[in-house]
Design a protein around this ligand. Structure first.
Ligand code: MG
Length: 259
């Protein structure tokens, strides 16, 4: 007993000695990397403005980067004016010409000051993080008036619609511009079409985190449980023209950076 204890103690001391020796011989350079060198990106001077390497999806002038969802050959018909564009509910959803995989997205939107209606019928739109077909097919981050407007919590602004409730309600009053900053990780599929890794999303709403790397259960499902049914690749980003009768919402300053 005594002998083995001595051996163990000696081994520990030797081990400790070896480790100490290695640390003494180590140089600070050993743990410093010099490649790869990150690309230079010039950050915006104004908070929320696009950094130098962003793809501008709306700069206040036109909807050249957007098409009608249900007929992608048709340019987006929503109304542009005074540096913003506004949902035209008579026309349908719009989406980007370009498709994206993983990205960082900035988007600003405003519920009109004179908004009427309640619950889901009060400034309802939606940001589909990936549009996977016509109509409302895709993964919807809800856009809705959230200022003293009661509705089911997994359908309020900041929710991944019908999947998860936002951590907090950081809504501003109707009439004020609001921001979404989003980090989207697209789902990855196996060759047989089953999901390999689910989509994930992090959302800052008016600068406040409301979703932290939330794993989506599948594309948005209005009725029933969501699940991944069909593989898809990079997808457009879509904005919803919701069928309720409330005043249409507006957008400005939309940019994206592919990750
Ligand atoms: Mg919606």
């Amino acid at each position: 007993m005594k002998l083995s204890k001595t051996i163990i103690t000696t081994t520990l001391i030797l081990g400790g000695f070896t480790l100490t020796q290695a640390q003494e011989n180590a140089k600070h350079e050993d743990t410093e990397f010099y490649t790869p060198v990150p690309n230079v990106v010039t950050p915006a001077k104004i908070a929320g403005a696009a950094p130098s390497d962003a793809i501008i999806l709306f700069d206040g002038k036109n909807l050249d980067q957007w098409v009608m969802t249900d007929d992608r050959n048709t340019p987006a018909k929503w109304k542009v004016g005074k540096g913003v564009f506004t949902v035209d509910k008579s026309t349908g959803n719009i989406e980007t010409k370009q498709s994206f995989n993983n990205y960082q997205l900035h988007l600003e939107w405003k519920i009109p000051a004179n908004i009427t209606g309640e619950g889901q019928a009060r400034g309802n739109s939606g940001l589909f993080l990936a549009s996977i077909g016509k109509g409302d097919l895709g993964y919807e981050l809800q856009l809705l008036d959230g200022y003293n407007n009661k509705t089911y919590t997994n359908g309020m602004v900041g929710s991944v619609y019908k999947q998860t409730t936002p951590m907090v309600n950081a809504s501003k009053k109707p009439g004020e511009w609001q921001t979404y900053d989003i980090i989207w990780t697209a789902p990855v599929f196996n060759t047989d079409g089953t999901v390999k890794s689910p989509a994930k999303v992090t959302v800052l709403y008016n600068g406040v985190i409301v979703q932290n790397n939330f794993e989506l259960k599948g594309p948005t499902q209005y009725v029933g449980q969501p699940s991944y049914q069909k593989a898809h690749g990079p997808s457009p980003i879509k904005l919803q023209s919701h069928g309720d009768k409330s005043e249409p919402i507006s957008f400005r300053n939309i940019w994206i950076r592919e990750i």
